[in-house]
Design a protein around this ligand. Sequence first.
Ligand SMILES: Nc1ncnc2c1ncn2[C@@H]1O[C@H](COP(=O)(O)OP(=O)(O)O)[C@@H](O)[C@H]1O
Ligand SMILES: [Mg+2]
Length: 508
Amino acid sequence: MAGTDQFVETVKAGYQFKGASVKIGVGMLDGKAVPGADVNLSLKMMNRHGLIAGATGTGKTKTLQTISEFLSDAGVPVMLMDIKGDLSGLAAAGAQNDKIKQRYEVLELDYQPKAFPVEFLSLSNEKGVRLRATVSEFGPILISKILDLNETQSSLVAVIFKYADDQKLPLVGLKDLIKLLQYISDEGKAEIEKSYGKISTSSTGIILRKVIELQGQGADLFFDEPSFEVADLMRTTSDGKGMINILRVTDIQDRPKLFSTFMLQMLDELYASSPEQGDLDLPRLVLFIDEAHLLFQEATNALEEKIETVIKLIRSKGIGIFFCTQNPQDVPAPILSQLGLKVQHALRAFTANDRKAIKTAAENFPETSYYKTDDLLTQMGIGEALVTMLNEKGIPTPLVHTLLCSPRSRMDILSPAEIDQVVSSSKLVAKYANVVDEKSAYEILTEKLNTAAGAPAPAEPKAQKKEDGGFFSNPIVKSAARTAAVTITGYITRSIMGALGLGGRRKK
Ligand SMILES: Nc1ncnc2c1ncn2[C@@H]1O[C@H](COP(=O)(O)OP(=O)(O)O)[C@@H](O)[C@H]1O
Ligand SMILES: [Mg+2]
């Protein structure tokens, strides 16, 4: 084991960056914090993604909270997937207590309680900005992936989207897709087959069943209009602080498919709508996915590959993605190998499997002469972690057992009244509050069938946006941005995911 002075030198040399950086903790040797061994985080390298892992209660969520605070301070917007609902405290200042006082003395830092600018978002009925997307925006490729369709079924979905496009049948909600599937396997079959080739009724039946299954997971709440503009995630406050967007998904954690569906669409949308960036001093957005095993647990191989592709490419757009999970092995190996920052909190060794996982985790870290990594992995205290990251040359920094800072915001959750207050002072909530129920495929096809059957024409649909120039003619800024992205990056963008190429078009 090498000496303390040498340790300080190693850490200092390894964790000094030219660009913006923040002190996230101090190095520890033989279980004790070593003054001067400052562990800094390079903010510039936050687009190289990362992993925050560790057993329950070891401090993953607090680490995520702390890093988000530093990013917000530096003017970088953040998005957090709050699966357990324990991140709302970011909106309130923390409180000093003995433990924190002691920790900050050892860290040689001043503890300054602080509230951060927070926006709450929701995929369903939680309070906050409602996130929605239309089936068309998803596009045939992503819809097929989500439904886990085979090649034949997927190409049928592509035909269906093409038909809807040609016939100007807007696919907004799942009910539109269901109606269209029913139509083409029945009354509309002959008509479609004339122009698009044979339609297999058994395939449409399977697709229909899977769409209904997705609907059963509550996806109707999500597939609707108005759809969310991802540019709204990239806001800063008037004094230049990055907005912390907290997506509260406590009410859908038992519906992993809806969650992974949403995540993929958002990544796709972020990718497609963000311009290619050169070497940025700071990332444009950093995303944290807490309890990330939920994202992968129901993912098919195809879906995993898509996530991998997006992760590889999205960093050139200045977007960083961080996974928080109990075990590094919850994240598929090809994705794990793309993650630059590793904050590994303690792991527990209860079973033979646990011990194997610890060995694997230890082997995946850079070699060190200061620690016995596998032993240390089970011995670290709460709010401590093994840290390594990529330096500005893209080389891993030395592995350091780190005593981490504590969040300056509240470590506990907000009360319902406090949440109401944040939501009511939001400028975005109103923008996305009400569903716009415009005429879509469902109504158009129902009308068509009624007319064919000689029934009286149904009453005019509720919304009249079509007449006042809304539905087809309303040029949406986002659509322009997306079109630009497609043109610039050409076929690379197209090949990524469903929202480009064949499907996923913004309304024109
Ligand atoms: N950096 C830290 N500083 C001070 N206390 C911490 C820190 N990290 C964790 N803790 C304590 O440990 C508890 C559990 O941390 P948490 O981040 O919720 O764990 P996990 O997400 O890994 O389950 C926190 O409520 C807090 O009391
Ligand atoms: Mg947690």
